[in-house]
Design a protein around this ligand. Structure first.
Ligand SMILES: Cc1cc2nc3c(=O)[nH]c(=O)nc-3n(C[C@H](O)[C@H](O)[C@H](O)COP(=O)(O)OP(=O)(O)OC[C@H]3O[C@@H](n4cnc5c(N)ncnc54)[C@H](O)[C@@H]3O)c2cc1C
Length: 229
C-alpha cells in the first residue's frame, strides 16, 4: 500500500474538491493512469477489518512530476469513497495502490497528428491526464476537445472557466473546447468529424463511450477509452 499526503484542498463547487497530493516515493505513472484509493469504510458484509471500500481516481496532473500529483473528486455518495475523500483535511494521508491503466495512455509509437479528446462527465480528469502528459507535445499537432455534461449543468464538476488552471502545457489561447449537453444530439455535432483524426481518446460514461466506439473505424483511427461508470 502506498501513501500520499494532502498538501492542499480546493473546493471548486459544493460537490467538487481538488486534492493536491505529495508522495515521498515517485508514483511512476504516465498520463491517463489512475490509482485505487482505500477508504476507512467497511464493505457491507466485510470478511475482516481490512475489507474496506476502494475506488479508482485518475491522476489529472502532469506525469512530468512523479511526486506531486492532483486528483479532482466529485461527491457522488457521502457514505462511500467520494464522501470519505471529501471529508479529508490538509495534512491527512491517503492509502492507495497503483498506478493502473495499461490501455488509456500514450505509447512511443503513437502517430503524430490530429487528436480528438472526448470527456463525458467526470471523465475530464483522465483526459486532463492525457493532455498534461509529456507525450502530448510530442504527438499532438492539432486537437479538439469536447466535454459532454448532463443537461447543460456547467457547475456539474470542474467549472469550465477553471479548466485552464488544470492544463499544464498548452497555452490558454490554444485551449478552446466545446461543452455539449448530454440531452442534445451530441452525435450529430461530433460524429461527422470522427474520421478526420489520427487518434481519439474518450473517457467517462460507459454508454456514451460505447456509442462512439460503434461509429469509429478502429482500423483507421487510434482509439483509447476509459470507463468511469
Ligand atoms: C478508471 C476510473 C477513474 C476514475 N476517476 C475519477 C476521478 O478522477 N474523479 C471522480 O470524481 N471520480 C472518478 N471515478 C469514479 C470513482 O471511482 C467512483 O466511482 C466515484 O467517486 C463514486 O464512488 P463512491 O464510493 O462515492 O460511490 P458509489 O456508491 O460507488 O457510487 C454510486 C454509483 O455512482 C456511480 N458513479 C460514479 N461516478 C459517477 C458520476 N460521475 N456520475 C454519476 N454516477 C457516478 C457509480 O458507478 C455507482 O454506480 C473514476 C472511476 C474509474 C473506473
Amino acid at each position: 500500500m502506498k501513501i500520499a499526503t494532502i498538501t492542499k484542498i480546493e473546493q471548486l463547487n459544493p460537490e467538487t474538491k481538488v486534492l493536491y497530493l505529495e508522495s515521498r516515493e515517485p508514483l511512476n505513472f504516465t498520463g491517463g493512469n489512475w490509482i485505487l484509493i482505500r477508504s476507512n469504510i467497511l464493505k457491507e458484509n466485510p470478511k475482516d477489518e481490512n475489507d474496506v471500500l476502494k475506488r479508482s481516481y485518475s491522476i489529472c496532473s502532469s506525469d512530468r512530476n512523479q511526486n506531486k500529483f492532483t486528483l479532482i473528486v466529485k461527491l457522488i455518495n457521502p457514505d462511500h469513497v467520494s464522501g470519505y475523500l471529501h471529508s479529508l483535511k490538509e495534512g491527512d494521508t491517503i492509502q492507495f495502490t497503483g498506478p493502473y491503466g495499461k490501455e488509456f495512455r500514450w505509447f512511443e509509437n503513437d502517430p503524430i497528428g490530429r487528436y480528438l479528446f472526448i470527456a463525458t462527465h467526470t471523465g475530464i480528469t483522465a483526459i486532463l491526464g492525457i493532455m498534461n502528459s509529456k507525450f502530448f507535445s510530442l504527438k499532438v499537432n492539432d486537437f479538439d476537445l469536447f466535454w459532454i455534461l448532463p443537461d447543460a449543468d456547467y457547475n456539474y464538476f470542474i467549472p469550465p472557466e477553471e479548466i485552464d488552471n488544470f492544463i499544464e502545457n498548452i497555452p490558454s489561447y490554444e485551449m478552446e473546447f466545446s461543452i455539449i449537453p448530454e440531452d442534445t444530439n451530441y452525435f450529430s455535432q461530433i460524429s461527422h468529424l470522427l474520421k478526420h483524426y489520427d487518434g481519439i481518446f474518450i473517457a467517462g460514461k460507459k454508454d456514451i463511450i460505447n456509442e462512439f466506439e460503434k461509429r469509429i473505424n478502429k482500423e483507421k483511427v487510434l482509439l483509447r477509452t476509459e470507463y468511469f461508470f
